[in-house]
Design a binder for this molecule. Structure first.
Ligand code: URA
Length: 214
């Protein structure tokens, strides 16, 4: 299942347009804030698919039965670009366990090579995982991250939460992911360029959030 937030016209369009605008991008704080706002909206959208269980809540005047999350999803992000987007998810899923994977692309080769060098994940067995990775470009870092995760346990479902997705990445995930999953994204763009960046995309989400790396 693929959910695309831009298939309806909502206030999210403003946040996405500000993320793409090369002049507004100069304001790094605003860039991170828009990522976070979209993380909040996406957390809300994904919450509609989770299981809820009625719980009795005792108020000052009377008690009420309120359906609440039956299980808090595990949030997993890919460093470093995922951090501002994760922040938005954490605003809503504020009881979730979080995991972090450090993944980087080897620049300068014709093929994209993904290296993982830091992995800190909670127990994921039979739990719902939301994999927060804003730029779904080739899909290779997501597949490498999930392979790493599966060595530690078998999640019941993985929600892949992108912000911008390329058709090539969506196709790669559909071909290579062997666990129940859904893809949630705020936009599906045209394609990848020859450096594997999403076009029109928004540029390098990590650099725009935190500055150029050496
Ligand atoms: N990562 C980014 O930050 N941007 C892209 O376009 C692709 C991957």
């Amino acid at each position: 299942m693929i959910f695309n937030l831009s298939s309806q016209n909502t206030i999210a369009n403003q946040f996405i347009s500000e993320l793409r605008d090369k002049d507004i991008q100069l304001d790094r704080g605003k860039f991170r804030k828009n990522m976070k706002r979209l993380g909040q909206l996406m957390a809300y959208e994904i919450s509609k698919k989770l299981d809820f269980k009625e719980q009795l809540v005792q108020g000052p005047l009377a008690a009420s039965n309120i359906p609440l999350l039956a299980q808090h999803p595990v949030l997993l992000t890919v460093l470093r670009a995922g951090l501002p987007y994760l922040d938005g998810f954490l605003d809503y899923f504020d009881r979730s366990d979080c995991g972090f994977i450090g993944a980087y692309r080897e620049e300068g080769s014709d093929e994209i090579l993904i290296h993982l060098d830091y992995v800190a994940v909670p127990v994921v067995n039979e739990r719902i995982v939301i994999l927060v990775d804003p730029m779904l470009a080739t899909g290779k870092s997501i597949i490498r991250s999930v392979e790493t995760l599966l060595k530690r346990g078998q999640p019941s479902h993985i929600f892949i939460a992108a912000l911008v997705a390329a058709p090539e990445g969506i196709h790669y995930i559909k071909e290579n992911l062997n666990v129940p999953f859904s893809i949630y994204t705020c936009a599906i763009d045209e394609n990848l360029n020859d450096q594997f960046y999403i076009v029109p995309g928004l540029g390098d989400a990590g650099d725009l959030s935190f500055g150029l790396k050496m």
